[in-house]
Write a protein that binds this ligand. Structure first.
Ligand code: ZN
Length: 168
């Protein structure tokens, strides 16, 4: 398995709407393994293809403590959502920035699994948060876009300051 480079905000690819995937193939199967490996290594609980510079609708998530419940979804869509949850989110493309985001707490997700089958399942709480965060990436949306004006500006300033520090 190969560790992939994670692109950082404000990389342009993070603002693009990604293309649907027509069907599963061996190349994608390898990409899923590499994405999981990269996510566990980071460490993180979710990774979307545009974060490794692949502009396709593919996400991987695993919220288990032992990294033994990987989920890979191609062309994921939220078909139902309800409830409310506030969670302090972070993002591998914006390391060091955390912000409390409000989202629906209960969702029904549909997508293709790595066997090429269409699946539909319910996700709640952290798993629901994580899946929504990753699907946002496929639509060019960052988690901080859910913040109100001043909070969003502050998060961006904090991130820029941090990146400047790293470069100098
Ligand atoms: Zn993210």
């Amino acid at each position: 398995m190969e560790k992939l480079d994670i692109v950082l905000y404000p990389e342009a690819g993070l603002r693009e709407v990604c293309a649907p995937i027509p069907e599963m193939n061996d190349e994608l199967d390898k990409l899923i393994d590499d994405m999981l490996y990269t996510m566990y290594d980071a460490p993180g609980i979710g990774l979307a293809a545009p974060q490794i510079a692949v502009q396709q609708r593919l996400i991987v998530v695993d919220i288990s403590e032992k990294n033994d419940q990987p989920i890979a979804l191609l062309n994921p869509e939220i078909v139902q959502s309800a409830g409310k949850i506030s969670w302090e989110e972070g993002c591998l493309s914006m390391p060091g920035i955390y912000a409390t985001i409000n989202r629906p707490s209960d969702i029904v997700v549909r997508g293709m699994n790595r066997d090429g089958k269409t699946i539909e399942f319910e996700a709640n709480d952290l798993l629901a948060v994580c899946i929504q965060h990753e699907i946002d990436h496929l639509n060019g949306k960052m988690f901080i876009d859910h913040l109100s004006g001043i909070k969003r500006t502050r998060a961006l300033q904090q991130f820029r300051k941090q990146m400047d520090k790293k470069e100098s």
